[in-house]
Ligand binder design. Structure first.
Ligand SMILES: Cc1cc2nc3c(=O)[nH]c(=O)nc-3n(C[C@H](O)[C@H](O)[C@H](O)COP(=O)(O)OP(=O)(O)OC[C@H]3O[C@@H](n4cnc5c(N)ncnc54)[C@H](O)[C@@H]3O)c2cc1C
Length: 439
């Protein structure tokens, strides 16, 4: 394909706008479809591109955080949205927060005036309505007709509509003098870490869950949950004891220190191959972030827990990317149909933007006949990509966090370990950018 042909992008949110800009800068002509001056989503409020639907923060930008590392890499890769965010920054400590109106206003102005981009204000209803190459960047609130078309393409078992995220904890912060490793009925796999609670601890905990401040669901997020992904506060509202018959069941879990089943148990399941991160099994919640930290640290063994990610529940269309997408984020069924942004299973404004940026590079390379050169696994971009493309049984959306960055061998304390992870990430990205173009 030559540069005179057109690339189609559906959705001018964060991922779609970044992707369109990158491709346009590479010299391609882009048609960018956005429905919002005709059809609104339940969360957007304007027809501007790259609108932030909730908080105005793009996350931490410290050089000792995983989120800051992602931004550092995005800067090396020439992210437009990062640039615009810096220009429209508002004071927010170490976080990159923006004046949302100025931010989306400037992105809109840059995209609309770019000579290689045409913004088409139309709803796209069907994946096959557009020629190829096409990139779908319609986000967590993809309009329902297109959502059905995506379901038809992949099969409905590969599409999810809700995010019920349980918190994820740094393994090093778990007190193994209280917690023990083992499995239910002692089947010999020892896959879980078990936090035991006696009766008094359990009821003190459920009292605080009941009392804790919760995020109020928006109208379109009010739903009845499957029993399998019910928030823990719903258990507690029904009857605190019901938690003991659900996520906190102690059955078959013999505490090796007491040789008995505890009154209740919170189980932690390995989250990554390196076993540096563990998720709290069945602990999806709508408690506010601050309250989650306070209340979950009441669980024996988690007093000093460091949360790599906190729990949440919200509407979110995403696809089972590891099964249905190739490593370049194109459909395994249609190699010129790409997906970008939150719909691929990343979570968060800047993660979505980053995937938009990556897909632009992947599509350019494919169109030029180059083999895929993914960002290195050690980098934050590579880690995010591997989180949504490596096959796993338990796939749930993720933001960037230290648990995704590759394991570094034991090297003293956590601070040193993280410094090394970030050092490897930076060095690997420098190599990647310095590498000669693929033949
Ligand atoms: C309610 C809610 C609150 C959130 N709050 C936060 C937060 O505070 N912080 C955070 O980091 N992340 C948050 N997220 C998560 C996520 O990072 C954002 O949703 C982010 O905007 C995703 O970027 P995106 O580009 O993938 O999708 P979006 O930014 O949503 O862009 C998708 C675009 O596609 C358009 N579109 C959809 N369907 C069609 C169609 N058929 N035809 C044409 N156009 C279409 C939409 O109008 C939209 O402009 C939130 C998500 C939701 C749903």
């Amino acid at each position: 394909m030559g540069f005179d042909e057109t690339i189609y992008i559906v959705g001018a949110g964060l991922a779609g706008s970044e992707c369109a800009y990158q491709l346009a800068q590479f010299g391609y002509r882009v048609k960018l479809f956005e429905m919002r001056d005709k059809v609104q989503t339940p969360a957007h409020r304007s027809d501007r591109l790259a609108e932030l639907v909730c908080s105005n923060s793009l996350g931490s930008m410290t050089d000792y955080s995983a989120s800051g590392q992602l931004k550092w890499e995005a800067q090396q890769l020439g992210s437009l949205l990062l640039d615009v965010a810096h220009r429209n920054r508002v004071p927010a400590g170490m976080a990159l927060s923006v004046d949302r109106e100025l931010f989306s206003g400037e992105v809109t102005q840059i995209i609309q005036s770019h000579p290689n981009i045409e913004v088409v204000r139309e709803l796209v209803e069907d994946l096959d309505q557009l020629p190829r190459p096409t990139i779908i960047a319609t986000g967590p609130l993809t309009e329902s007709r297109l959502q059905h078309s995506i379901e038809n393409h992949f099969g409905s078992e590969f599409c999810y509509f809700f995010d019920a995220i349980a918190p994820i904890i740094d393994r090093d912060s778990i007190n193994m003098e209280i917690v023990w490793q083992g499995d239910r009925w002692d089947r010999g796999t020892k896959d879980y870490l078990n936090c035991p609670m006696n009766e008094e601890e359990f009821f003190r905990f459920t009292d605080e869950v009941a009392r804790a401040e919760k995020v109020t669901p928006r109208d379109f997020e009010k739903t009845s949950f499957f029993e399998g992904c019910m928030p823990i506060e719903t258990f507690v509202e029904r009857d605190p004891v019901s938690l003991r018959f659900g996520p906190c069941s102690p059955k078959g879990l013999v505490n090796p220190r007491t040789k008995r089943w505890p009154f209740a148990v919170v189980q932690l399941r390995q989250e990554n191959r390196e076993a540096t991160a563990y998720n709290m099994v069945g602990f999806q919640t709508r408690m506010t972030y601050g309250e989650q930290v306070r209340v979950f640290r009441m669980i024996p063994g988690l007093e000093e827990a460091e949360f790599l990610k906190l729990g949440s529940i919200h509407r979110n269309l995403y696809i089972h990317s590891p099964k249905v997408l190739s490593q370049d984020l194109s459909s395994k069924k249609d190699p010129l149909l790409f997906f970008a942004g939150q719909i691929t299973g990343v979570e968060g404004y800047f993660e979505s933007t980053s995937i938009g940026l990556l897909v632009a590079r992947f599509l350019r390379d494919k169109l030029q006949g180059h083999p895929l050169v993914p960002p290195p696994r050690a980098s934050a971009f590579g880690s995010l990509l591997s989180a949504i493309t490596e096959e796993r049984d338990y796939f749930q959306p993720t933001n960037i966090n230290f648990g995704l960055l590759p394991f570094v061998p034991e090297c003293g304390n956590k601070r040193i370990k993280r410094e090394r992870q970030l050092h490897f990430a930076k060095e690997s990205l420098k190599d990647y950018l310095g590498a000669p173009p693929a033949p």
